[in-house]
Design a protein around this ligand. Structure first.
Ligand code: PLP
Length: 462
């Protein structure tokens, strides 16, 4: 029997023999062996060697209330006993789906009052593709099919999610995107802004949307989709003014605005939703991850009155067996109760996020660090061989980021790299003292990586 008590090497060997890891070169992992995580509490993971690891990524940006909350386990067990499953197709419903939909309508801004459930963020975005196209067909404009997204966006890994995302490496596997998805450039001033002032650059990038709409023909464009802060793309924060301009253009051409809040939802930016932090008024919002703090899989599209009213006139031939799964809904509801009643979102906004920001920006004095960015509890820093020029490395993108990530890993800090940017997104319950530990480990890892990069002759601008 396979348990936590088996020796690490044995678990790793079985893992390598049978388990295909997402976003991983399994051949390489077979040589190294995966790190086996056995339990977790708060912001701390424990591995099979007994090491305590500070999880500055909250899993995959999702464990907002932290690990090990018994309340969620209790609710799941209770719900499994009472009603483990029933579907919400064909005119049936149940209390967990009703209660969670009401709660989400209450929390979400504006007239986002309607919830279509999914299993996670990717398939919620698949729902969105079909929903906006069906909306326009119902409005008598079926030719409005095109969705405009941004290069380097991440919207998931299904066929629809990958197509909406702007990751060229993902498009290359599986002949994507599907037809009817178009892209504009991302508002990444640090990497692409050259000598332009950040705000002017942000406006230029937003105005690409208008140019793209004109190129396609406004009568063919259904929607624009964007993450309030690009997460998996490297925690790219758009310059001030960018979102106002995007929204002006969407309104001008009557284009629906889908805001993908899979990462930025449920307190990550210091408000319930990133849309509130950045003053965005979406027609549809994608949520997942922090909705259940990752304890069970669940996602959703939260839909405005405007869109829901039109869809209500037809049968939307779409849904998943587990849309509105009672256990997932019950756990999500309990998670939202904890976030709200314990004042976790308020504490992030008023105390721990400003504290993290001060500490995170203190890393900017490191010779290896070109910029530091942070919104609420999601942050990034750019590694550079030459701070004054915001220069990229001559080595392949990600070589130096990977070395730095490996030093973090060795120092029991989970910090991810996206190319040569380092990113964090810790559980929202992280304390000031834990933030101090995070920053100490990050600085130590940066110091060590810097030495390795120098030794290897990689401290060269490209
Ligand atoms: N959208 C965004 C913005 C994400 O960051 C992610 C996952 O990282 C997804 C969608 C996909 O969500 P899931 O992995 O739950 O399918």
């Amino acid at each position: 029997k396979i348990t936590n008590h088996l020796p690490t090497a044995e678990l790793q060997a079985i893992d390598a023999a049978h388990h295909m890891h997402p976003f991983t070169a399994d051949g390489e992992l077979k040589q190294k062996g995966a790190r086996v995580i056995t339990s977790a509490k708060g912001i701390w993971l424990k591995d099979s060697e007994g090491e305590q690891v500070l999880d500055a990524m909250a899993g995959l940006w999702c464990v907002n209330i932290g690990y090990g909350r018994d309340e969620l386990a209790d609710v799941a067990a209770r719900q499994m006993r009472e009603l483990p499953y029933y579907n919400t197709f064909f005119q049936t419903t149940h209390v967990p789906a009703i209660a969670l939909a009401q709660k989400l309508a209450e929390l979400a801004p504006g007239d986002l009052n309607h919830v279509f459930y999914a299993n996670g963020g990717s398939d919620a975005n698949d729902t969105n593709i079909r929903m906006v196209r069906t909306y326009w067909a119902e409005k008598g404009q079926p030719e409005r099919e095109v969705i405009i997204s941004r290069w380097n966006a991440y919207h998931g890994s299904t066929i629809g999610g990958t197509s909406l995302g702007g990751m060229k490496g993902m498009h290359g596997q599986g002949s994507l995107p599907i037809p009817g998805i178009e892209f504009i450039d991302q508002p990444n001033w640090y990497a692409e802004g050259g000598d332009t002032d950040p705000e002017a650059f942000g406006l230029e990038r937003a105005q690409q949307l208008e140019a793209k709409i004109k190129e396609i023909g406004p009568e063919k464009v259904a929607a624009f989709i964007g993450e309030p802060v690009q997460g998996a793309g490297g925690v790219i924060v758009a310059p001030d003014g960018y979102w106002a301009e995007i929204q002006r253009i969407c309104r001008k051409y009557d284009i629906l605005l889908i805001v993908d809040e899979v990462i930025t939802g449920f307190g990550r930016t210091g408000n319930w939703f990133g849309s509130q932090t950045l003053d965005i008024k979406p027609d549809i919002m994608t949520v997942a991850k922090g909705l259940s703090s990752g304890y069970v899989p669940i996602g959703a599209s939260i839909v405005s009155d405007k869109v829901a009213d039109v869809l209500a006139a037809t049968e939307f031939n779409h849904g998943y067996t587990y849309s509105g799964h009672p256990v997932a809904c019950a756990v999500a509801l309990e998670n939202l109760r904890i976030l709200q009643e314990e004042g976790i979102v308020d504490r992030v906004r008023e105390d721990t996020a400003p504290y993290l920001a001060e500490k995170w920006h203190s890393l900017a004095d490191h010779p290896f660090v070109g910029e530091t960015k942070i919104v609420g509890m999601m942050a990034s820093l750019a590694l550079t061989p030459d701070k004054s020029k915001r220069a990229p490395f001559a080595a392949d993108t990600g070589t130096v980021g990977y070395i730095t990530r490996e030093r973090c890993f060795a120092n029991n800090l989970i910090m991810r790299h996206v190319g040569d940017r380092m990113i964090i997104s810790p559980p929202l319950v992280i304390t000031r003292a834990e933030i101090d530990t995070l920053i100490e480990r990050a600085r130590k890892s940066l110091d060590e990586a810097y030495e390795i990069v120098k030794e290897k002759g990689l401290l060269v601008a490209g």
